[in-house]
Design a protein around this ligand. Structure first.
Ligand code: SF4
Length: 966
């Protein structure tokens, strides 16, 4: 057993800041900072270029290499002789050069080992929350993260026993009063795991421990005698201990950057000081850069934000600004900006450390392997085949034909194909469509055979992958699979693909023999690529995409902070389980408060040192209002010289776009209209044109997905059958009858599509509450007059002095009637009600009714003649529920029981039907106006939003904005 004692620091090590063992230089970061550092080093080396080689510079960030190198180049030029600059590294790189591994690196084998241990210690696994095999992986990963953090923070300068004691004390103190017993139990598990992880054999030493061991060696045998350390943020605990120990035997010069010199004018500086107390460390500029700008931009949507960034970057470049940084606070908008700038020919150097998982190469294997892991449904299969890296061995024209043929097969499948065998059968039994066959012959391609080959290969692979394999064997399998499906070639020429190939190579050499099935392997691969960064370095760094922290101690001409809303600035906390904030504070572990403090300092530095600064955020996110970062709101208030002002001056983006598509249809105005047509017209006029004039329809691939409309139609039919079959004089068996009808309708569907079983169960649960609601209604005297009735009414529109026909038509789910005797006149009064059944939530309909913009009910009311409409006293939507119906106080539009209802007239039993008449007349007028405008040639414009666009098959061809004029 390999044991380590991390007693880096002899007892006589100085512990207090008054007795610091290094030479400390209090520095200001400004334009001359690096030349100043070079001067100091040059004098410390007594102007001797050979002696200079015994010096080394340790920096917090590798990006400092460039200004340091430039400062030395200038110095050598003034000396007029060659001068080799001293080495410059980060502490991690220094340790890695001495044999340590990257502490951020994931160690798959460690995870596998922990999974094995947890499997063998069932009690421990249960304590840690492993209920099923699939949880093992996540728990093992969490254990390793926890162990690494504790090791890095607690073992520097202490042995394991000291670390454990410190943890024990912290937990006892924090949980003294609350839940102490549980905390103790959790702690003992945590300690047990940490001990086991730290005490692993030397050959399995974790990267963190190897890193600490390397630091220990440095302290014992200092490899460099003169070290210069730049400190621009508070040190982590292990850094403090290391430098204190190292300074015992070597000379350490600490360049402590405590001040930053502004480069902007006094007005901006004044605003900074007013906004943020922390800006006290910013001193005035020597020579401020004139004509700077600092503004906050609010965009309506992510796309607008990305457009605004792109246009500004192009404008900055046109003005000759050299160093432009885009701070990526939000991943989505950053990715979009990258794509837009790439389209304009601007290359970006990505320093954000985005995860390999988000790269195109990752989706090529991820989406593919998922097909071998689960079902092979048409949509997913076609998506994968269309990936640019898949079937790379085929010329593009051949691949395109093959995909179109598979598309044709997908449309022709008599029974839904769900596995490779079914696809192979389909490809063997179906012939190639004539037009595709002609194109294939022109290309001298046997299209049918090529498709059979692809599915045949897939089937063979599936058969051989049913077994379990070791990690190294999986790496071999995946490599072979990538050859078979033409992915390998794409990976080799793609930078992210190359990183993925390196991972495969690493796994190929893994020694762990634990058997893994495909899904476990996929989870491991997912987790590994999630933890691997991917940064292509093959482009210039004129425009940098980087995290906020990487702007530290760097000067830019212009910076744009993207996604600067309250969620991203500052970010969220990372407290997990027992290591919560209180325990972290006790132990001296980093907390999210420190990270936030650092982020705020970085933000202040950006505003103080960058002439042109813009921060942007979206005013809405997922249709909900999105708040600006509180820090930036403070900045805005400070600009108005009053902290209490709520009038923030926010600039709204006006994107420079091609106009959206629009078309005049005066010669092709439809002569029929339905409620759904009107809803479509209201949601997006261009979509109305596409659907009602061009008559295009989305071609749906066969699928066993059950759409909400499928469910709705079924429920309508079932309710209609129920009312036709029930005995109105005997309601005893109504529930039984309704449930029998549900079974009669649903069971044949279940036989073809298993997903209908869930619908069957749901509908059975709906039966009791629905019948109770109907009985309450029946007690009020209502009877069903008709169900699912088609009604048409010929109308006319007066346009351009002519009368144009317009047929109103619709299917009304249910029309009820009741007759009551007027007590005074002894006349029979007849009331009519219109009901539309809905199986989804009614909240949208209630809102539309309250906002006076309901379309569907008002349309149905217009299908009645004037005489019939006079008898209408109710019109509403009725939902579904699985809850027993309770009588409640009558609520406006909601009825007098808690069954979901939304009535057009506020009091559903109102004697007059004023609300109904008004809604009907208003809609009639609106329809007349809309059709008159169409006849008059008014253009129908693409102006849909959110879900309307998501479901629209004209998406992407309607040019709804977002095509920039560059
Ligand atoms: S995508 Fe949106 S804007 Fe374009 S036609 Fe469809 S609904 Fe209208």
């Amino acid at each position: 057993m390999h044991t380590l004692t991390y007693d880096l620091f002899p007892p006589e090590s100085p512990q207090t800041s008054e007795d610091e063992p290094w030479t400390k230089h209090n520095c200001v970061f400004d334009d001359v900072f690096w030349s100043d550092v070079v001067e100091r080093m040059w004098h410390a080396a007594e102007k001797n270029t050979v002696a200079l080689q015994s010096h080394m510079m340790i920096v917090p960030d590798a990006s400092m290499y460039v200004p340091f190198q430039k400062a030395w180049a200038k110095h050598a030029y003034s000396l007029n002789r060659p001068c080799v600059m001293p080495r410059m590294m980060t502490l991690l790189d220094w340790a890695k050069s001495a044999g340590a591994s990257d502490i951020d690196m994931q160690h798959t084998e460690r995870v596998l080992n922990w999974m094995g241990q947890l499997r063998n210690t069932q009690q421990l696994a249960e304590w840690l929350g492993v209920l099923e095999e699939v949880h093992l992986f996540d728990v093992a990963r969490a254990l390793i993260d926890m162990s690494d953090e504790l090791s890095l923070q607690l073992l520097a300068g202490q042995n394991l026993a000291d670390g454990e004691a410190a943890l024990l004390t912290a937990v006892e103190t924090v949980f003294e009063r609350h839940a102490g017993v549980f905390a103790q139990q959790e702690l003992s598990i945590l300690l047990q795991c940490w001990r086991a992880d730290v005490s692993a054999g030397a050959e399995q030493l974790s990267p963190v421990l190897k890193f600490l061991e390397t630091l220990q060696q440095f302290v014992r045998h200092p490899p460099v005698k003169q070290v210069w350390v730049v400190r621009n943020r508070p040190w982590a605990r292990f850094e403090t201990w290391f430098w204190q120990a190292y300074a015992q035997a070597s000379q350490v010069h600490l360049l402590d950057v405590t001040q930053v010199r502004a480069r902007v004018d006094d007005a901006r500086l004044q605003q900074l000081h007013t906004a943020w107390l922390e800006s006290i460390r910013i001193s005035s500029a020597d020579t401020p850069i004139p004509q700077g700008t600092a503004k906050i931009v609010q965009a309506e949507s992510l796309e607008d934000e990305a457009q605004a960034v792109t246009q500004q970057v192009l404008a900055w470049r046109a003005q000759g600004l050299q160093k432009i940084a885009l701070v990526a606070l939000d991943r989505q908008v950053s990715r979009r900006v990258w794509a837009l700038l790439a389209r304009c020919g601007v290359s970006i150097r990505d320093d954000t450390g985005w995860l390999l998982a988000t790269a195109r190469a990752a989706s090529s294997w991820r989406a593919g392997l998922t097909l071998w892991q689960g079902e092979v449904l048409a949509v997913e299969l076609l998506d994968w085949l269309s990936h640019p890296m898949v079937l790379g061995m085929l010329p593009a024209s051949h691949k395109s034909l093959l995909i179109r043929h598979v598309q044709h097969l997908a449309m022709a499948q008599p029974v839904l194909a769900r596995d490779w065998q079914a696809w192979l059968n389909l490809a063997s039994s179906q012939s190639v469509r004539a037009d595709l066959q002609i194109q294939a012959e022109n290309l001298q391609m046997d299209l049918r055979q090529s498709t059979i080959d692809v599915f045949g290969k897939a089937l063979n692979i599936q058969a051989s992958w049913r077994r379990t394999f070791s990690l190294s064997q999986w790496a071999v399998n995946i490599t072979k699979w990538s050859y078979d499906f033409g992915l390998y070639q794409g990976w080799t020429i793609d930078p992210a693909g190359q990183v993925w190939l390196q991972l495969l190579e690493k796994w190929r050499c893994a020694t762990v023999k634990a058997p893994l099935d495909l899904s476990t392997f996929l989870r491991i691969a997912d987790s590994e690529v999630e933890a691997s960064t991917f940064r292509p370095h093959d482009v210039s760094d004129d425009v940098l995409l980087l995290p906020l922290g990487s702007t530290r101690m760097r000067h830019f001409d212009a910076v744009w902070l993207m996604g600067a809303d309250a969620n991203n600035l500052p970010g969220v906390s990372n407290n997990v389980g027992l290591l919560n904030m209180a325990v972290r504070l006790q132990l001296g572990l980093p907390t999210h408060l420190e990270q936030q403090e650092q982020a705020k300092n970085d933000l202040i530095d950006v505003f103080a040192t960058t002439p042109h600064v813009v921060a942007s955020f979206c005013g809405t996110q997922d249709s909900a209002p999105n708040a600006i970062s509180a820090w930036l709101a403070q900045w805005l208030r400070a600009g108005q010289m009053t902290l209490s002002s709520a009038n923030l001056t926010v600039e709204h983006v006006k994107a420079d776009l091609h106009p959206r598509s629009q078309v005049s249809i005066e010669a092709h105005v439809p002569v029929e209209v339905s409620a759904s047509d009107l809803e479509c017209l209201a949601a997006c006029p261009y979509q109305f044109y596409v659907q009602q004039v061009l008559k295009t329809r989305r071609q749906r691939l066969p699928s066993d997905d059950i759409l909400p409309s499928d469910k709705g139609n079924l429920w309508h039919k079932i309710i209609a059958a129920f009312h036709q079959q029930r005995d109105v004089n005997n309601s005893t068996y109504d529930v039984e009858l309704l449930q029998n009808i549900v079974r009669r309708y649903l069971e044949p569907l279940c036989a073809h599509n298993a997903r209908y079983w869930a619908v069957l169960e749901l509908f059975l649960d709906y039966a009791n509450p629905y019948v109770a609601w109907w009985h309450a209604r029946e007690a009020e005297g209502w009877q069903v007059k008709s169900s699912e009735a088609w009604i048409e009414l010929a109308q006319e529109v007066h346009a351009n002095g002519e009368r144009k026909p317009l047929l109103w038509k619709g299917k009304i789910d249910q029309i009820d009637q009741r007759e009551t005797l007027e007590p005074l006149t002894a006349q029979v009064k007849r009331d009519t009600a219109v009901i539309d059944y809905k199986t989804g939530s009614l909240s949208n309909y209630t809102r539309q009714i309250r906002d006076n913009n309901d379309v569907q009910l008002a349309f149905y009311l217009n299908l009645f003649s004037a005489e019939e409409r006079a008898t209408l006293s109710q019109a509403g939507y009725v939902g579904v529920s699985t809850e027993p119906v309770q009588t409640c106080k009558s609520k406006a539009h909601g009825g007098d029981n808690d069954y979901p209802q939304a009535w057009l007239n506020p009091e559903q039993n109102a004697p007059d039907n004023q609300a109904i008449q008004t809604a009907a007349q208003q809609l009639h007028q609106q329809v007349d106006d809309a059709f008159m405008r169409m006849y008059a040639g008014e253009a129908l414009q693409a102006m849909g939003e959110l879900t309307t666009c998501q479901r629209c098959h004209a998406r992407g061809v309607c040019r709804k904005g977002y095509t920039v004029l560059f």
